[in-house]
Design a protein around this ligand. Structure first.
Ligand code: F6R
Ligand code: MG
Ligand code: MG
Length: 365
């Protein structure tokens, strides 16, 4: 059986209203584009959805990761949706399209993406996570817990199929380099790095016993690429589940803790990551709090059997309530850290102007 590639590509091409959500016309437009590609047999299957103001293209095909035709299809779809957004005067139309022309690969052009090529198993459950108003480091805590924390993932202790543990590929975004670390043996080394999610970001996770890919995330840093703020790089992540990987419930369980992530208003505040159903992912209060949604599919010869809206479950009600309480608490700090990000990490700042204006009034002490 030929391998199947899962490509999840996303971009913010215009918000409705402000940065809170996505207009249905953009979903329809994207579906038109991907339907044609499916008819032309470029795609096996696809699902178009949204998380907040981000347009999400979940696709399957046989071309492998980083394939020009697939990336061009996504790019053309985002460009067409941008035109639609401009027509409706949606907010920030085309904000994630940093370049005017496509040149082979979408990397560095603004959209975010995560891809994996797999040999589809007898039964292949896959979860696609999407977050809005935060950055890729938001996955570090839950992904660590899924693949390395025995208090979350019982299978690490009692399932012989992955008792050996997992290998983490970690990006150092400041130095543009990466490292692989094995768990459980290098767990403490891993944690000193990924506990600082603005700098170290988990890119992928592999099963140690045979190197099978288990999870992959998007790690495009919009702000660094453009050299200025053009929109949060609201990340995506996909994970394979069951039969030698953590169970669906083990992959979802860490999201019952609404941990603090960077992002929220103007990409410059810490706030709790709230797990919600797709219709509830419309961050409105102070442009937040940050949201995470998860769609589950079974693969059938590359076809996407689904989606199931995985956080549409009362077992996440308490997480949502806690997230609202934490949101209230941190919001009360207003412009003070640790609600506001440290000076050098804010996406928006007035610091250079303020410093220049006040420079002559600073006195030595
Ligand atoms: C955060 C985000 C929003 C905007 C904010 C200001 O990721 O997208 O919080 O940063 O609404 O937006 P502008 O500068 O477009 O008025
Ligand atoms: Mg936006
Ligand atoms: Mg967004």
């Amino acid at each position: 059986m030929a391998k199947v590639t899962l490509s999840h590509l996303k971009a913010d091409v215009g918000g409705w209203v402000g940065h809170s959500s996505l207009h249905p016309a953009l979903i329809t437009k994207a579906q038109d584009y991907l339907s044609k590609a499916k008819q032309a047999k470029l795609l096996i299957d696809f699902h178009v959805t949204q998380c907040g103001d981000d347009l999400q293209l979940i696709t399957t095909h046989r071309k492998g990761p980083d394939h020009e035709e697939i990336h061009k299809l996504a790019w053309d779809t985002f460009v067409a949706c941008t035109k639609e957004a401009e027509r409706l005067k949606l907010y920030g139309a085309g904000q994630d399209l940093l370049s005017d022309a496509f040149s082979g690969n979408i990397r560095g052009m603004g959209p975010g993406y995560a891809e994996m090529e797999i040999e589809e198993r007898q039964s292949e459950p896959v979860l696609f996570f999407m977050a809005d108003k935060t950055s890729p480091g938001a996955w570090n805590l839950p992904v660590f817990r899924i693949f390395a924390d025995p208090f979350n993932t019982a299978g690490l202790v009692i399932d012989p199929k992955f008792h050996d543990g997992f290998r983490f590929e970690v990006l150092d975004v400041k130095e543009s380099r990466k490292i692989e670390l094995n768990c459980p043996e290098e767990m403490y080394d891993l944690l000193i790095l990924i506990g600082s999610p603005e700098r170290f970001i988990i890119k992928a996770v592999y099963r140690k016993s045979d190197g099978e890919i288990a999870a992959v995330s998007s790690t495009q840093k919009l702000s660094l690429m453009a050299g200025r703020y053009v929109g949060k790089d609201d990340p995506v992540m996909m994970a394979r589940c069951q039969s030698g990987f953590p169970a669906v419930g083990e992959v979802l369980n860490p999201f019952a803790f609404p941990h603090l992530v960077s992002g929220w208003m103007r990409g410059s505040h810490y706030g709790p990551l709230m797990p919600v159903s797709v219709p509830e992912a419309n961050p409105s209060r102070f442009d937040g709090p940050p949201r995470v949604v998860c769609l589950g599919f079974q693969l059938a010869d590359g076809k996407l059997i689904g989606p199931r809206d995985m956080f549409a479950d009362p077992s996440f009600d308490l997480a949502r309530k806690r997230a609202n309480e934490v949101a209230d608490y941190v919001r009360a700090h207003g412009p003070f850290e640790p609600h506001r990000l440290p000076l050098e990490e804010m996406e928006y700042t007035t610091l250079p102007e303020v410093m220049e204006k006040l420079e002559s009034r600073f006195k030595g002490v």
